[in-house]
Design a protein around this ligand. Structure first.
Ligand code: IPM
Ligand code: MN
Length: 361
């Protein structure tokens, strides 16, 4: 029987609670579809940092490389200054494990309310492929003359052809496999590049040239669109049905996926995967640690369950992944009153039970 070694990092705030439900559903899927998971729990996060002063030791990175995948709850603690845990744990893992893709589906599930009038699951059904290792996230830059009136701050967006190319290829491959034509819900598979070629004339010139070169040569079957990022934000609200697979740099990808998340029902459902197609990938709900709800059993675990679902898909357990997706859709369509914390009509663990029971059926 196939056994997957899974590293589980519950993290801060409500992270451990939602991850417990994701693990519950994973166990149900494993039992149903004939695979095993060997889980190891790690306590990285704000509490450990407060206790030991340590965010993520280098030895932990080495240890995590031995797993098949990582399931992460949330990083962020009210007593710890912003940036320390984010950079010291989340971004460190993304970079050290070279998880160069941040895959973030924007899918409205049945029964889920969207703030966009007149749009439903048919219209809100795309993914964002966010580059996950470059851009302004690399820490290139610095501050000089700090604290004087002449203080200078520079933080440079960095992209290499190599980074851009591997990300674009992932997006094209993804579109071929899971695009709207491939899924039988549209006439073509499409990749839309989101950039800012009118101002960022170096970075997004590189992206745009690579996009058309690679697309023309190796993916002629896939339609190519281009959007400036500002306009893209408008279309994400007004015409989300135009999109299939969007690909973009790290910073724009960060911003537009929060917009995308709210159109799909908010942080209770939005999930993402930090993917290294040749290495160890890490899956997480994209909302934060929601500390004010900690320990109350009111937080929505569906985003964590959906992150686990993406993990199963990436591990190659396609049938199990499909079943989990169907189960989540069943629960949103027939059970939950709302996706918001405390308004679901069920507790956190009851929502996990509902999904797990449906998976086991
Ligand atoms: C995200 C988050 C992170 C990011 C932060 C917490 C560093 O906003 O995963 O989208 O900017 O990537
Ligand atoms: Mn973000």
């Amino acid at each position: 029987m196939k056994t997957y070694k899974i590293a589980v990092i519950g993290g801060d705030g409500t992270g451990p609670e939602v991850i417990a439900e994701a693990v519950k559903v994973m166990d149900a899927a494993a039992a149903k579809f004939g695979f095993k998971t060997d889980k190891t729990y790690f306590d990285f996060g704000g509490e450990r940092y407060k206790r030991t002063g340590e965010t993520l030791p280098d030895s932990a990175v080495e240890e995590l490389k031995k797993f098949d995948a990582i399931l992460l709850g949330a990083i962020g603690h009210p007593d710890v200054a912003p940036g320390i845990l984010e950079k010291g744990i989340l971004l460190k893992l993304r970079f050290a494990l070279d998880q160069y893709i941040n895959l973030r589906p924007v899918r409205l599930f049945p029964g889920v309310e969207t703030p966009i009038k007149g749009k439903g699951p048919k219209e809100i059904d795309y993914v964002v492929v966010r580059e996950n290792t470059g851009d302004a996230y690399t820490g290139t830059g610095g501050i000089t003359m700090k604290g004087t009136p002449h203080e200078v701050a520079v933080q440079t967006a960095v992209y290499t052809r190599f980074q851009v190319e591997r990300c674009l290829r992932y997006a094209f491959e993804y579109a071929r496999k899971y695009g709207k034509k491939a899924r039988g819900v549209g006439p073509e598979n499409t990749v839309g590049l989101v950039g800012k070629t009118n101002v960022l004339t170096y970075i997004y010139d590189l992206w745009e040239r690579a996009f058309h070169e690679i697309g023309k040569k190796d993916y002629p079957d896939i339609r190519r669109d281009y959007y400036h990022v500002d306009a893209c934000c408008m279309w994400m609200v007004k015409n989300p049905e135009w999109f299939d697979v969007l690909v973009t740099g790290n910073m724009f990808g960060d911003i537009i996926t929060d917009l995308g998340a709210i159109t799909q029902g908010g942080m209770g459902i939005a999930a993402g995967g930090n993917i290294n197609p040749e290495g160890v990938s890490m899956f997480e709900p994209i909302g934060g640690s929601a500390p004010k709800y900690t320990g109350q059993g009111v937080i929505n675990p569906l985003a964590a369950i959906c992150a686990m679902q993406m993990m199963l898909q990436t591990l190659g357990e396609e049938k199990a992944a499909q079943k989990v997706e169907d189960a989540v859709k069943y629960v949103t369509a027939n059970k939950l009153k709302s996706l918001a914390a405390g308004k679901m009509g069920y507790s956190t663990s009851q929502v996990g039970d509902l999904v797990a029971e449906k998976v086991a059926e």
